[in-house]
Ligand binder design. Structure first.
Ligand SMILES: Nc1ncnc2c1ncn2[C@@H]1O[C@H](COP(=O)(O)OP(=O)(O)O)[C@@H](O)[C@H]1O
Ligand SMILES: [Mg+2]
Length: 380
């Protein structure tokens, strides 16, 4: 009866007596080992099983004597031809009525196929890991290139702002120079007409002096714009910066026929920032307002301290086209522009970066068809 059960099993089954000799096997065992049933019978199990690492033989003695069922996933069977076949093995004790160990039933399973599968899977995992590593490296390279590009673009954006302002300063310089030239012409005319040049000169000298100061100031400003230098911060009156930027944009022809209305407090409002950075914010917000208005409309720049006077709030308001609600989230993204080739999509990205870097906030409110207000604040 028991033989039928044994034959029905695909695994190799071997009964071993207390001396470690095989007493009973099935065809699974003959298949796996290459020995005939006759050869197996009486063979010392130690010839068949090698399990140096775990000491199967020791375990056979020790653990199984204690009545344990033993299970090992990694063991070896040495076939008749001397081939080492990986197996998983289970051993259970055969104990008689008096509790004496009569032998062990060993069930061994050929795990070559499973190992092969496992090895293939592991190789696949290694391949994937290598691939992931490659992807990670490529990604970080791309990211650092993007970073570089971003830095370059931001620099280009800054240069464009500075160029606009420099253009305005240049125009202002020319206007001032024209005042000077006119005064000098008048003086020359008075002299050649034999008029009292001295009293005329005395009258226009203070004006010429003022003009000279003005020219020196603007020359200085041009040099600053040409070489912005490191971002050093200094206490500035925001009112003054707003006035300057509005005037320079006008002179640089960036406002078209529009005028920027200023709503500034009487007292100076001091913020400790880098001048060029604040100019960059204002230039970007005001030129966006100009673009949104087209021909007719109003741009208002308002400055006011917060109620607790700890922050300075500045808003740029226009009566332009407004921003559709669906675009409100996107306008701060780099390269988002609705102006086609005329836009860079960097203006608001830059504005937000600068405001955040000073611990400020930037807010937008817009009603399509009515206009838009950008508001930022800075620590006072
Ligand atoms: N005041 C505004 N009114 C209406 N739309 C605006 C205003 N400011 C910005 N936008 C929208 O946000 C987009 C992004 O602005 P910006 O980052 O300055 O890039 P750019 O001006 O180069 O397009 C603009 O293309 C425009 O669609
Ligand atoms: Mg812009």
């Amino acid at each position: 009866m028991i033989e039928f059960v044994l034959e029905a099993m695909v695994d190799a089954v071997m009964m071993v007596d207390a001396e470690g000799r095989i007493t009973l096997t099935n065809s699974g065992a003959t298949h796996l080992s290459g020995y005939t049933r006759e050869e197996l019978c009486g063979l010392a199990i130690s010839r068949l099983l090698v399990d140096e690492s775990s000491g199967m033989r020791t375990v056979v003695r020790r653990r199984i004597e204690d009545g344990d069922v033993l299970r090992r996933e990694e063991s070896w069977l040495v076939s008749k031809k001397g081939e080492r076949i990986p197996i998983s093995i289970t051993g259970s004790p055969v104990i008689d009525d008096r509790g004496t160990l009569q032998g062990i039933v060993l069930v061994a399973r050929d795990v070559r196929e499973m190992r092969q599968l496992l090895a293939e899977k592991e190789a696949e995992i290694r391949r994937r890991r290598a691939l992931e590593d490659e992807l990670r490296t490529a990604k970080s390279q791309i990211e650092s290139q993007l970073d570089q590009t971003r830095t370059q673009l931001l620099l280009a954006e800054r240069r464009a702002t500075l160029g606009t302002l420099a253009g305005g300063v240049g125009h202002e310089l020319r206007n001032i120079a024209q005042v000077q030239i006119a005064a000098v012409d008048e003086l020359a005319a008075a002299i050649s007409a034999g008029e009292d040049a001295t009293s005329f000169a005395r009258r226009i000298l203070p004006e010429l002096e003022r003009v000279g100061d003005h020219i020196a100031e603007h020359g200085e400003r041009l040099m600053q714009l040409a070489r912005p230098g490191p971002d050093h911060v200094e206490p500035l009156d925001l009112n003054g910066v707003v006035r300057d930027v509005a005037a320079m944009l006008k002179l640089a022809g960036k406002l078209g026929r529009l005028a920027v209305q200023l709503a500034l407090p009487d007292k100076p409002v001091t913020v400790t920032v880098n001048r060029t950075r604040i100019e960059q914010i204002l230039v970007n917000l005001i030129t966006n307002a100009v673009d949104a208005i087209g021909h007719e409309g109003r741009i208002t720049v308002e400055v006011s301290p917060s109620v607790d006077e700890r922050r300075i709030i500045c808003s740029v308001r226009d009566t332009g086209a407004g921003i559709p609600e669906s675009e409100l989230d996107q306008i701060f993204e780099p390269f988002f522009t609705t102006k086609g080739d005329a836009g860079t999509g960097l203006g608001l990205t830059v504005v937000r970066d600068i405001v955040l870097s000073y611990g400020g906030r930037l807010d937008v409110r817009s009603v399509p068809g009515e206009g838009t207000t950008f508001t930022f604040d800075l620590p006072a």
